[in-house]
Write a new protein. Structure first.
Length: 88
């Protein structure tokens, strides 16, 4: 199951890197490849964190799946935005 989660998070990270590159066309401090790398790393980290921490906090599996579905994508976009603001 963890392999499927990792593959899904890599795909989410790649998608969010592409969306981030489209949203902020003019400001790419690390280039397009950097956007993809940062988004993939963020999505994997947040996805794994959600997968293990949410059940440890006592929440049910529905909330775990909802967190894994939404938080990595949103977190990747937020990290890309913060990265642009810091490099500006």
């Amino acid at each position: 199951m963890i392999i499927i989660l990792l593959i899904a998070m890599v795909l989410v990270g790649l998608l969010m890197g592409a969306i981030g590159s489209l949203i902020w066309k003019e400001n790419k401090p690390l280039g397009a490849a950097g956007d993809y790398i940062v988004a993939v790393i963020t999505a994997i980290a947040i996805g794994l964190l959600d997968w293990y921490v949410i059940p440890a906090m006592g929440f049910n599996n529905t909330l775990k799946y909802l967190g894994v579905a939404l938080e990595p994508a949103l977190s990747a976009l937020i990290v890309l935005w913060v990265m642009r603001k810091v490099k500006k």
